[in-house]
Design a protein around this ligand. Structure first.
Ligand code: HC1
Ligand code: SF4
Length: 574
């Protein structure tokens, strides 16, 4: 440990910590736009310059190591003046449409305007202006991600998240230099015409509103207010945890009950659980694996619930499409059962008469789920997809005090019933854990492995593998970059019988639609909460879900049956 002072306050930090870390440890806020705790320091925005006694010039706190005995000043008159000038330049060419901006309250620039009293600097640049001649500034072509580069503050975080060291997709990169620096696509193509996999990691790190999820929340509110259709909403496993952060609760807080109550207040008639369909997915995918093992065909099986990964295969390695599980993702499966399942017909008069198809909304931690909902073959299962961030905006827009809601809301049944296995889907490795729980049950070996399978847990990006008794070796790729690396090895076809791929590091709990967070331990905290929900569940194996059992008994027959395929499976195309 080393000791130094920040604005006169003594503080102790680990060897190797930056001055920004030291300031945070001292409880001192230093402004940044280009810093993100999960990405390397760039020191391009210069807002975090601080004065260090003995240094002739201010130093970027994000990229300067703290040294023992440093005496650091973060808020001198000169620094405030410098930051005001710097922000003034940014504002002079920034649109003044904050009221309508999809970044909502989550814009760092907007916060700094207040902090540095810069209101009079506000520019008058309309969206899509010709500030950067020759470049496409507004791009609404992607079903998942909207770009408005007139709002870009050139921090570079999106390019890092998309390329190195992030997702290794390199769809967004920097064109030009100096004041014309802009993160553009290859050949400046609209996003929909690039190899973007829609994971939305760029939107999760953008400090302003230049990259946002394609918004659905306005239409959802309008439809709910119209009350012309019976409405149903499903909630993803990762959302019930991360939504707490949007309302000032500690990361890792599980807010399932409050979330259910908030959705009812927003006007949804039925509040269901995506975890129900995750249990069903595990049953179908586990059976599919057993069938392929028996036929010795299309092995290894790749999981297919992550649309970022499915997009990647379609765009980059179409020869692998036969290996993808044909099982629909839980989101799509839930939508299909809600709209067309026997349960749905018993839910209420409008469902029963089929007079008006129910309006189905999902809340996901993921921008790619918006894209998935429009895929051929599943399109229509789900009408609108909200990210966790969008739902938080809706809750705020309707004046619902989330923290004051009763914490004991319950999902509606039967499509709200779930086991701990379904919750595991929200973490990297969890889909495999749940599928193995199902497959071991189907082969009569429930106790062949411990319920909690530590080999696949943890937030570290990379490939993990383990042997499943009676089935073979299976692998988990935590992040799309890990999958790309695995596919470059010569042995992957021979080594494994099943491979889980989640495009986002950490799995969906690190999804592109989750609340923006500057907590370096955020993935770990959310992941621990996923395991806590599983551990506290009365039932923890997918087949123990009684509503799933009833669905098979009354409508589908058995997992992987012809009827199950018609409702719960899909196909892929290059
Ligand atoms: Fe996911 Fe899934 S775990 S893909 O990340 O299989 O989005 O949370 O809902 O569909 O269950 C996302 C999360 C989610 C699906 C499930
Ligand atoms: Fe979406 Fe989850 Fe895949 Fe990320 S890992 S793209 S959040 S489904």
């Amino acid at each position: 440990m080393i000791q130094l002072t920040i604005n006169g306050r003594p503080v102790e930090v680990d060897e190797g910590a930056t001055l920004l870390d030291a300031a945070a440890a001292a409880g001192v806020h230093v402004p940044t736009l280009c810093h993100h705790p999960r990405l390397p320091a760039q020191a391009v925005c210069r807002l975090c310059l601080v004065e260090v006694d003995g240094q002739p010039r201010p130093q970027p706190a994000c990229a300067t190591r703290a040294r023992a005995g440093d005496r650091v000043s973060t808020d001198s008159g000169a620094l405030r003046q410098f930051r005001q000038t710097n922000l003034g330049w940014l504002l002079a060419r920034h649109p003044d449409d904050c009221i309508r901006c999809e970044a909502g309250g989550a814009c760092k620039l907007q916060a700094l305007v207040g902090e540095y009293q810069l209101q009079e600097h506000w520019g008058k640049v309309p969206m899509g202006s010709a500030e950067h001649p020759g470049h496409r500034l507004a791009d609404h072509t992607s079903p998942s991600i909207w770009r408005d580069l007139s709002k870009c503050v050139e921090c570079g975080l999106c390019a890092q998240a998309c390329g190195e060291p992030g997702q290794q997709q390199f769809v967004i990169g920097f064109a030009e230099r100096g004041s014309d620096r802009l993160p553009v696509t290859v050949f400046d193509r609209p996003l929909a015409e690039t190899n973007c996999i829609s994971c939305g990691q760029c939107t999760a790190v953008c400090p302003v509103g230049a990259l946002v999820e394609t918004p659905h929340w306005h239409e959802v509110l309008e439809t709910l207010d119209g009350r012309r259709r019976v409405s149903a909403v499903q909630v993803a496993p990762a959302t019930r945890i991360a939504i707490s952060e949007e309302f000032g609760m500690a990361p890792g807080t599980v807010s399932t009950g409050r979330l259910i109550n908030a959705l009812r207040r927003l006007g949804f008639d039925h509040v269901f659980d995506t975890n129900f369909a995750a249990d069903l997915t595990a049953m179908e995918e586990g059976s599919e694996l057993l069938a392929r093992l028996q036929a010795r065909q299309r092995l290894p099986l790749f999981t297919s619930c992550c649309p970022g990964w499915v997009n990647w295969v379609e765009l980059n390695r179409p020869a692998l499409l036969p290996h993808l599980s044909t099982t629909k993702s839980p989101q799509q499966m839930h939508g299909a059962v809600t709209k067309r399942g026997a349960f749905a017909r018993g839910l209420g008069p409008a469902f029963a008469q089929g007079a008006a198809e129910p309006y189905v909304v999902s809340v996901m931690p993921c921008t790619a789920k918006k894209d998935e909902a429009q895929r051929p073959g599943v399109c229509g299962d789900v009408d609108h997809v909200l990210t966790t961030r969008e739902l938080a905006r809706m809750i705020r827009a309707r004046g619902i005090a989330f923290g004051a809601l009763p914490p004991d809301g319950q999902f509606d049944h039967p499509l709200g019933e779930s086991t701990g296995a379904g919750q595991l889907f929200g973490a990297s490795g969890g889909v495999m854990e749940a599928m193995v729980r199902a497959a071991l049950h189907l082969t009569g070996q429930d106790s062949a492995l411990p319920l909690e399978w530590q080999q696949f847990r943890g937030v570290d990006a990379g490939v993990k593998s383990a042997e499943v008794p009676g089935l073979g070796r299976v692998a988990v790729c935590n992040g799309i970059a890990a999958a790309q690396r695995l596919l470059e090895t010569p042995q992957w076809r021979q080594d494994f019988v099943a491979i889980e791929v989640m495009a986002c590091v950490g799995g969906c709990l690190g999804g592109g639609g989750e609340p923006k967070s500057m907590d370096p331990l955020i993935l770990h905290k959310r992941m621990q909460a996923v395991y806590q929900v599983d551990r506290q569940s009365a039932r923890r194996r997918p087949h123990e879900n009684e509503a799933v059992q009833e669905l098979y008994a009354t409508q589908l027959g058995h997992p992987n049956s012809g009827r199950a395929h018609a409702l719960l499976h899909t196909s892929y195309a290059a």
